[in-house]
Design a protein. Sequence first.
Length: 363
Amino acid sequence: MESSLPDLEAILLVGGQGTRLRPLTLGTPKPLLPTAGVPFLAHQLARARSFGVRRIVFATSYKASMFEPVFGDGAAFGLSLEYITEETPLGTGGAIRNAAEALTSGSDDPVLILNGDILSGHDIGDQVRTHCERGAAVTLHLTEVDDPTRFGCVPTDESGRVTAFLEKTPNPVTNRINAGCYVFTRSVIDSIPRGEVVSVERETFPGLIDSGELVLGYADRTYWLDVGTPAAFVKGSRDLVLGRLDSPAMPGPQGEHLALEGAEISAEAKVQGGSAVGARAVVEAGASVVGSVLCDDCVIEGGATVQDSVVGKGARICAGTVVRDAVIGDGAVVGPGNELQGGVRVWPGIELPECAVRYSSDV
Ligand code: GTP
């Protein structure tokens, strides 16, 4: 059972460039991309608050000025928010050290650190309690994945102590990986070199393990997703809309689709599979939208099919077009008859002309 903690402080890492999510991240940083109808971070903020976090320091770098206009002082979430910006990106460890200047916690207090691109159903309160009870230097949330070869893996001994922080390998020793949510004892953050580029994954954690500090793993098998790639990003939004993961930040009821204010969905259109339809977006009669994210003001014309894809702000998908497992940038126009699939990305503002050759069995 989940339970909350009194007055916990957190640092949220949101300074990455989100290169794997280009072109979506050319104009909007990954943590602000619309996910189930709200900026991605809204889900993390609301969830952190539900566990008793009161104050969060945003560690910003890439497009740093875009965060405060969206979340302000945090009062709407019952939180107090601070924004700290790195002049040049300092990596995950350097960013944590830099943002720690704004913490009020004492040197023995636990501080929660969240990667700004993770959806997780785990019990943060229990992770923090475990950290405090065991007197650990750092406690890492670990999750189990089916294919650990794509990740670095994190073996532990029977007491939960992390024994190594291993790089990607074709023969991983465990399917447990770093899930991107840490509890640090404040004094350990202060021991990270200041003003330098540092990676917690490559330097801080291996260094602590080598020097015999207690680095604990907090493993569980609840919902977990890193939304770093287009396919994962679409899945995250879809799972939230479908109710596979609860979020206090959902702007409407969970179900087959979610439509924001001013969205126009024809009664003769099919919109399902956890699709999110942005404000003032239009889905015309005969269009089919499945498991996708439609951003504000985009148009899906009649007879178009959009599946497992993201359609950017103000983009237009013309009649008879198929968009499957693709990313369409803001303001792009996909002319009639095109078929885009298999991870295709269309850059913002690009206009693809009508496709003369139709993909049908008689071609
Ligand atoms: P990719 O470029 O697609 O790998 O994405 P990313 O830039 O977000 O990198 P990654 O997924 O490895 O980052 C993990 C978390 O750390 C994300 O929440 C990033 O926003 C954050 N992050 C990565 N590097 C920095 C940095 O230099 N400064 C700050 N403040 N945050 C960072």
